[in-house]
Unconditional design. Structure first.
Length: 487
């Protein structure tokens, strides 16, 4: 693994960076609500500070984005649900990686085209690193900074641990580094030919050895670690601009239906059961297991519709809905049974309630292991789910010590302030990059970093907000000619 560089971003990602009073950011996303929502949370905070944000996402998330004052850029259906079902059927990490790499080839051509359009006029690009590989090359061609996101451990090389099967383990520094790089290689080389055809059309140097597969190259980009340090701490060997923001929260705008409010008030706190966009295969059998497990343990239930079959009638102790407002609902519940997606894990952790995680594939199983090790929940194998195993798990997480630990961790995680930390980091890194590249700019005043932030600067210093209020340009020789960036 390459040693940590002294400053972020290779030069080619800063050549068109200019100081402005406000910036236009482009977030390039892939996946489900849990993948899109952190970008929307950061975007809402940046908009509040006077910047602009466009988010490229699928149509179901238009309202989530536009209601926060951001621009929505439509991405076509990308087959996310079909991939998720295939991953749910896979039985090992290697088969899951093979599915992801095959899927990436079909997706990359669309991403190159749509992401290029979405980044027109952008001053910086933000993207989730694992699933949007074209963004790396598009930001380079645009000559603008790239910020990366990681919301699952094990996919960012470190000396502290590696992903072995479905859990994080410390196998020694050398093996940990090897496994971290191994996770990057298949994805990076899966679209190597497509990447280089695009780069040739853009008159860019060939990416012979796949930058995506080079951990040393990745260490040059400011990266947000978006899980709470109270759940899993940041490894110390990452560079300072790998900042653990914790969970990002959005301003509350969801409306709560009368029927749901009345159900919550009508009895003791129910158990949430839902598997996000993954759903389940044999819904009739799973529905029977869920209903009987809740009955024999004396629990009421709030169920996500795509988790159960199409029946119209449910017991009065059961509430079923297509969409549920997690931020409002989960803190009022007893526990949550879910698939372990990073977004759902974050919402449940912040709610301060225990989890039963029934994962569909490796990344979710990893979170199940972390939650179990933290003693704030447990896991079940989705292929072995039955009335007996689910009822046993429901009784296990109802133990007072587990409920209390979940409450304490939740209270800490709710104070992460991830969206504010991420917005601070974006503004300050850009300001610093402009300053480093400048010729006629003076050094801005400094201010102390508030205590309690994780990663990166620790208790170091940041440029003050005044640096963002002074318009300035770099030398004209760095200014691209009109028409030089045709897609």
């Amino acid at each position: 693994m390459s040693p940590n560089p002294s400053s972020p971003w290779p030069r080619e990602y800063r050549r068109n960076l200019r100081r402005k009073r406000s910036y236009r950011f482009a977030a390039l996303t892939w996946g489900t609500r849990g993948d899109v929502k952190p970008f929307a949370a950061l975007g809402a905070e940046l908009v509040r500070r006077g910047h602009r944000m466009v988010i490229a996402a699928r149509e179901p998330y238009r309202a989530l984005i536009e209601e926060q004052g951001m621009e929505f850029w439509t991405m076509p259906d990308d087959g996310t649900e079909r991939l998720m079902q295939a991953l749910a059927d896979s039985t090992a990490m290697l088969s899951a990686l093979a599915l992801c790499t095959s899927y990436s080839r079909g997706l990359s051509a669309v991403q190159f085209r749509k992401f290029w359009e979405a980044t027109e006029g952008a001053d910086a690009v933000l993207t989730k690193s694992v699933s949007t590989m074209p963004a790396l090359h598009i930001a380079e061609r645009r000559g603008v900074p790239l910020f990366l996101w990681h919301n699952d451990p094990g996919f960012l090389p470190t000396e502290s641990y590696c992903l072995v099967g479905d859990k994080l383990e410390d196998k020694g520094k050398r093996f940990n580094r090897f496994m971290g790089r191994f996770m990057l290689i298949p994805m990076g080389y899966s679209i190597w030919d497509q990447v280089n055809r695009w780069r040739l059309r853009q008159r860019m140097p060939l990416d012979v050895f796949s930058k995506w597969s080079d951990p040393g190259y990745f260490r040059r980009f400011p990266t947000f670690i978006t899980w709470s340090p109270h759940l899993l701490e940041r490894p110390p060997d990452w560079p300072e601009w790998f900042v653990q923001t914790g969970y990002l929260r959005m301003p509350w705008k969801e409306s709560i239906g009368k029927r749901l409010r009345e159900f919550i008030k009508a009895g003791p706190p129910p158990v949430y059961i839902g598997f996000g966009s993954w759903g389940v295969h044999d819904k009739s059998a799973v529905t029977e297991v869920i209903l009987e497990s809740l009955r024999i343990t004396g629990n009421r239930g709030v169920l996500l519709r795509n988790t159960v079959d199409g029946r119209k009638e449910f017991p009065t102790s059961i509430y079923v809905e297509e969409e549920l407002p997690h931020d409002w609902l989960l803190p009022q519940l007893k526990a949550a049974v879910h698939h372990g997606g990073s977004g759902t894990v974050g919402a449940v952790i912040q709610a301060g309630i225990p989890s039963i995680i029934i994962p569909a594939f490796t990344g979710q199983a990893c979170w199940g292991h972390v939650v179990k090790e933290k003693q704030i929940g447990t896991t079940l194998n989705r292929r072995e789910i039955s009335v007996e195993t689910l009822a046993r798990a429901l009784r296990e997480i109802d133990r007072p010590e587990i409920r209390e630990r979940a409450r304490v961790v939740g209270a800490l995680a709710r104070n992460d302030g991830g969206e504010k930390q991420a917005a601070d980091e974006v503004e300050c890194r850009i300001a610093e990059a402009v300053e480093e590249a400048k010729i006629h700019l003076v050094r801005p005043p400094e201010r102390a970093l508030p205590s309690g932030s994780s990663g990166g600067r620790g208790a170091g210093i940041r440029p003050s907000p005044e640096v963002l209020e002074k318009p300035a340009l770099l030398d004209e020789e760095a200014e691209p000619k009109k028409g030089a960036e045709d897609g």
